[in-house]
Design a protein around this ligand. Structure first.
Ligand SMILES: [Zn+2]
Length: 310
């Protein structure tokens, strides 16, 4: 009796399952397979985004170009190029030649950090010789001839400038950039400097223009930690407070500065601070152009003398 009861129960279950299958079977099967394909789509998408976040064989190169007592930084990744500042007036044509020799014809982004001659001097030459997709400058007008030359060059090339906002993000190849600060300080042009942080894989770079400790204080609580710090204002003692340096906590620092300059930049105070924190320092006045290469995990540095300092 016991066995036949079990058999009956099994029969009932089998019949019930068949009925359920006939009524719902295809739907249930469809839903299960849909669920599977959604999961596999997500997996594929995650795989894809990992692959595209850093393309194979693509590297990032950051050139701190020797332009004497001035700044000019070229960023190259894949086919994309970006320029931060363009040296003094007399560096302009030399920079144009240098960029042409590197095969550059277009800049996806150009940032003029602030309107001082040692940052925008060669900008009119750059504007006149290359296609520029986006030109950023701070909301700070100057009455100097150098600044007017830049505005004239923008106008004659039908190029509009944009004033970026803090928090703006944009991509350069697989690198992502974020505007940390964009000032319109009315007293000090240096404090109008656009500050940008770049992330490439796990490597990070902070570009500070000539921002002083006044600005450093304002951005202390932002995400400014970076492997490489472009030391602000040519290493003067108006910038690079201990608090700021501790927050950025760089492994490498670059000072873009002219040999025997009349400002006595960089200051010994700034050099001491960097030294105390064991930051590996590179100076354009001592080694020429400094080129950082990143594969997203590791950074290597090489230096070379370039004919870029007018
Ligand atoms: Zn400067």
């Amino acid at each position: 009796m016991k066995k036949s009861k079990q058999k009956n129960l099994i029969k009932i279950f089998v019949v019930l399952a068949m009925v359920l299958y006939v009524i719902f079977g295809t739907d249930v099967i469809g839903e299960i397979s849909l669920g599977f394909s959604e999961v596999s789509n997500e997996v594929n998408e995650a795989k894809r985004s990992l692959e595209t976040s850093l393309k194979q064989d693509e590297t990032l190169e950051v050139y701190f170009i020797d332009v004497g007592q001035a700044d000019s930084i070229l960023i190259k990744t894949g086919d994309d190029n970006m320029l931060i500042d363009a040296g003094n007036n007399e560096d302009g044509q030399k920079l144009v030649n240098y960029f042409k020799n590197l095969g550059i014809d277009t800049f996806d982004y150009v940032v003029a950090t602030h309107p001082h001659e040692d940052h925008i001097g060669g900008m009119d030459d750059v504007i006149n010789n290359f296609d520029i997709n986006n030109y950023y400058m701070p909301n700070k007008i100057s009455t100097t001839k150098t600044f007017e030359d830049v505005l004239d060059a923008l106008e004659s090339n039908n190029l509009n400038y944009e004033v970026p906002n803090v928090g703006d993000e944009f991509d350069l190849g697989s690198a992502s950039l974020r505007v940390i600060y964009a000032g319109d300080d009315t007293n000090d042009d240096n404090d109008s400097s656009i500050i940008v942080k770049m992330t490439y894989g796990s490597n990070t770079f902070l570009f500070t223009g000539d921002a002083t400790s006044n600005v450093e204080k304002q951005i202390l609580n932002k995400d400014i930690k970076s492997d490489v710090l472009k030391v602000a204002h040519h290493g003067s003692n108006y910038s690079t407070t201990d608090e700021f340096l501790n927050k950025v906590n760089p492994k490498y620092a670059v000072i873009s500065v002219g040999q025997n300059n009349s400002y006595n930049h960089p200051s010994t105070t700034t050099l001491d601070k960097l030294n105390k924190k064991n930051v590996k320092l590179y100076r354009t006045d001592l080694v020429g152009t400094i080129i950082f290469t990143s594969d997203g995990n590791n950074i290597s540095v090489k230096t070379e003398k370039t004919n870029t300092n007018g």
